[in-house]
Write a protein of this length. Structure first.
Ligand code: GAL
Length: 655
C-alpha cells in the first residue's frame, strides 16, 4: 500500500523541482507519475529531441527516494505533427473533425500517427527503460476520453473493412449475419462498407456492434504497440494504463489481454456523482462525499480487469473543474477514499495533482498544493494517511496480505451488454450501467463484498453469481451453470441477442434455456408512469423501465408474479431470473432472498455505511452524516479508528 502523486515538472520553473521532490517524500509520497503530456518538450521540432530536462527530473526524484511511473506522451501530439499530418485528427460521430488546441486530438486508427507514437515511445523507453527508479509505465492517458473512441475517420473505415473481411471471410456471410436483405443494405464487396454514423435513421445494429468491437480492438492494439516497446526496452517494469470510471467505449477485459500488468483507474467521486444518472436529490445527498458506491464499484471492476492487480492512478483530493458543479469535498473524504481503495485491493493510491496550475484549462482544479505551495485541506489528509500507513505497516503486512478470500458474490459485468443497450435502447431510461450499479449498490448496502468479472471468467468457488442483464449469454457460462453448484440470478434482457445481434432462434433467453426453461414471447419498455406491482417476501414494489413477458416451461416455478399475472421472478433449481428492473426495495428483497439461498450472511447497513474485507482485516467507511457504532465483535481489536465511526471516517479491525 503506497501513496503516489501526478506531477508535471515541465509546467514549473526548474528551481522548484528539488523542493517539490523533497516535500513529496516528506509528505509520505513514494511514487510519482510524470511526462504523460510533455511531447512538445521532449521533441519541440520534428526529430529534435530534448531530454536533458527529463534526465534531471528523473534523477532528482530518484535521489529523493521517489520511484517513477513514466507516462508516454501520446495523448497530446505536438502542433508540428498535426501540421505535417492533419489526417491524424479524429472525427466525431457527426462527421466534424476536431481541432488542435486541447488534448486527445488524434485518430486511434491512423497508421501515420501510430508510427510517430512508436518513434517517441521507442526513444523514451530506450533512454529511461532501465533507470533503476523507473518502476512502471503508463501508456497514453485515459484512452477514449472526451469521446475520441470511436473515431470516424477514413483510416478507421479502411481498417474496419479489413477487420470485417478477416472476421467473415466472404461478403455473403456478412450479409446473412447482419440481415442486410432488410432495406436493401446488401454489399457486394467488403470495401463498400462504410462506418455506421451519419445515416438518416438507425444504421443496422449488427453493423454498429461489429464497429464497436472493431474500435475496441483498435484501442487495445494502440496500447499493445507501445506495450511491446516498453516490454522490450524496460524489462521487469509494470505496464499499466489509467482507465476511467464508468467508461465502456472499449472492452477492458480484451484490452488487458493485449498486455497489461495492472489496471489503474482515475477516481473522481464528486464529479462522477454529478454526471451520472442520479436524481437531483441523490446528487444533493452525496454532493460533498460522492455516492458511497462509486469508488468501490470501479475498484471491484478494475481489480477484475487487472486480474487482481489494481491501482488508483489519479485520486481527487479537492474540487475539480469538469462537472456542472464542483464543490469542495467534506473534510475527511480524501482520507476515506484512500483507505477505501486500499481495502478494495489497490496497491497504490496516487493523487491528482501535486500543485494546482494557475494557467490553462485546469486552473480551477485543485491538488495537494495551491499554486503558491500551501498544502491544501486534502493535502493535510494525505499527510495523515501517510502517518497511519507508517504506524500500521506491520499490522497491515500481517493481516491485509493474507490471501484475499474470494468475495461471496461474483457480479458479471459485460462491455458488449452496454454497447447492445446503447445501440438498441428501446426504452429511453434503460441504461445497462445504471442497472448493474443498482444491483451492486443493493448488495453493498447489505454488507456483501462483490468481485466483478467478465461473463467468460471461471466462477467456480463463488456461492452466488449475479448478472443484472446479459444480452449475449456465452455457451461457456451455461456449461458453468450446469456443472457448478453456485446459485445464479439473472436480470431482464438476458439471452435476448445472438453474437450477430439477432434474436435467438429459440427466443430469449437463448442458450440459457438449457438451465432455465422459459421463453420470452415479447418485451416491453415502461415509461416512468407504467409501474406493474409485485411483492417479494412481503416487500411490495414495482417493476420499472423494462419487462420481459416470460412463458415458463416444464419444471419452472414462478416465485413472484405482477398484479396482472405476468411472471416477475422465475426459477428452476439454483437458477433464477427477474423479468424486469425493480425499484430499490424490491431489488433488495430479491437479492437478500438469493443471498440467503446461497448461504451468504447479510446485514442492513445504515445509509452511507459500507464495509470491505481485506484478508484478515474488516474495514468500515462512513459516507453518511451520522456516526455509526460498528458491528464488530466485542473483543475486536481496532487497528484504525474505533468502534464509533464518525461521518467521513474509517475504521478497521482484525476480523
Ligand atoms: C483526468 C485526466 C487528467 C486530468 C484530470 C482532471 O481525467 O487524466 O489529466 O485532466 O482528469 O480531473
Amino acid at each position: 500500500m503506497r501513496l503516489g502523486v501526478c506531477y508535471y515538472p515541465e509546467q514549473w520553473p526548474r528551481h522548484k523541482w528539488e523542493s517539490d521532490a523533497r516535500r513529496m517524500f516528506e509528505l509520505g509520497i513514494r511514487r510519482v507519475r510524470i511526462a504523460e503530456f510533455a511531447w512538445s518538450r521532449m521533441e519541440p521540432e520534428p526529430h529534435r529531441y530534448e531530454w536533458e530536462w527529463l534526465d534531471t527530473v528523473i534523477d532528482m526524484l530518484a535521489q529523493h527516494g521517489l520511484q517513477i511511473v513514466l507516462g508516454t506522451p501520446t495523448a497530446t501530439p505536438p502542433r508540428w505533427l498535426v501540421e505535417q499530418h492533419p489526417e491524424i485528427l479524429p472525427v466525431a460521430q457527426n462527421g466534424m473533425t476536431y481541432n488542435f488546441g486541447s488534448r486527445r486530438h488524434y485518430d486511434i486508427s491512423s497508421e501515420v500517427y501510430r508510427e510517430h507514437c512508436a518513434r517517441i515511445v521507442g526513444q523514451m523507453t530506450r533512454r529511461y527503460g532501465k533507470h533503476p527508479a523507473v518502476v512502471a509505465w503508463q501508456t497514453d492517458n485515459e484512452l477514449g476520453c472526451h469521446d475520441t473512441v470511436p473515431s470516424y475517420t477514413e483510416a478507421a473505415r479502411v481498417r474496419f473493412t479489413q477487420w470485417l473481411a478477416q472476421r467473415y471471410g466472404e461478403i455473403g456471410a456478412l450479409n446473412d449475419a447482419w440481415g442486410n436483405v432488410f432495406w436493401s443494405m446488401e454489399y457486394r464487396r467488403f470495401e463498400e462498407i462504410g462506418l455506421p454514423n451519419r445515416t438518416p435513421t438507425d444504421a443496422n445494429p449488427s453493423h454498429w456492434l461489429d464497429f464497436r468491437r472493431f474500435m475496441s480492438a483498435e484501442t487495445a492494439s494502440f496500447h499493445a504497440l507501445q506495450g511491446a516497446l516498453i516490454r522490450e526496452h524496460s524489462p521487469g517494469r509494470d505496464l499499466l494504463h489509467n482507465f476511467m470510471g464508468f467508461f465502456t467505449s472499449f472492452d477492458h477485459y480484451e484490452f488487458a489481454k493485449s498486455g497489461l500488468d495492472i489496471a489503474a483507474w482515475d477516481s473522481y467521486p464528486l464529479p462522477r456523482t454529478e454526471v451520472l444518472w442520479f436524481d437531483d436529490d441523490v446528487k444533493h445527498r452525496w454532493a460533498r462525499s460522492g455516492h458511497p458506491d462509486i469508488p468501490a464499484f470501479n475498484h471491484d471492476l478494475y481489480r477484475g480487469v487487472g486480474n487482481g492487480r489494481m491501482w488508483v492512478m489519479e485520486q481527487q483530493v479537492g474540487p475539480v473543474n469538469w462537472a456542472p458543479y464542483n464543490p469542495v469535498p467534506t473534510a475527511g473524504m480524501a482520507r476515506l477514499w484512500t483507505w477505501e481503495a486500499f481495502a478494495h485491493g489497490a496497491e497504490l493510491v496516487s493523487y491528482f495533482r501535486w500543485r494546482q496550475a494557475p494557467f490553462a484549462q485546469e486552473q480551477m482544479h485543485s491538488g495537494i498544493n495551491t499554486p503558491d505551495d500551501t498544502l491544501t485541506a486534502g493535502g493535510h489528509e494525505i499527510a495523515r494517511v501517510a502517518r497511519e500507513l507508517a504506524a500500521l505497516e506491520p499490522e497491515m503486512v500481517a493481516h491485509a496480505s493474507t490471501p484475499r478470500p474470494r468475495a461471496p458474490v461474483a457480479l458479471l459485468f459485460d462491455y458488449e451488454a452496454d454497447w447492445i443497450v446503447q445501440i438498441q435502447r428501446h426504452g429511453a431510461d434503460f441504461d445497462y450501467q445504471r442497472l448493474v450499479f443498482e444491483w451492486y449498490s443493493s448488495l453493498r448496502a447489505m454488507g456483501v463484498d462483490v468481485d466483478m468479472l467478465s461473463p467468460d471468467a471461471d466462477v467456480s468457488g463463488y456461492r452466488l453469481v449475479v448478472a443484472p442483464s446479459l444480452p449475449i449469454v456465452p455457451e461457456s457460462l451455461v456449461a458453468q451453470i450446469v456443472r457448478g453448484d453456485a446459485w445464479w440470478l439473472f436480470g431482464p434482457r438476458t439471452g435476448s441477442k445472438t453474437r450477430a445481434f439477432t434474436i435467438p432462434a429459440t427466443l430469449p433467453p437463448g442458450p440459457l434455456q438449457a438451465a432455465l426453461n422459459v421463453r420470452v414471447l415479447q418485451s416491453e419498455s415502461l415509461r416512468p408512469s407504467l409501474r406493474p406491482r409485485v411483492a417479494i417476501d412481503g416487500v411490495v414494489g414495482h417493476g420499472l423501465r423494462w419487462r420481459d413477458h416470460v412463458e415458463p416451461g416444464a419444471a419452472v416455478n414462478v416465485s413472484a408474479a405482477f398484479d396482472d399475472g405476468l411472471p416477475a421472478v422465475v426459477e428452476a433449481g439454483r437458477v433464477r431470473m427477474a423479468t424486469a428492473c425493480f425499484d430499490d426495495a424490491l431489488l433488495r428483497a430479491l437479492l437478500a432472498h438469493s443471498a440467503r439461498d446461497a448461504g451468504i450472511d447479510t446485514v442492513s447497513l445504515p445509509e452511507g455505511v459500507r464495509m470491505r474485507r481485506l484478508g484478515g482485516l474488516q474495514f468500515a467507511f462512513n459516507y453518511g452524516e451520522v456516526a455509526w457504532r460498528a458491528n464488530a465483535p466485542d473483543n475486536a481489536r481496532f487497528v484504525l479508528g474505533n468502534r464509533e465511526v464518525g461521518p467521513a471516517d474509517v475504521a478497521a479491525w482484525i476480523a
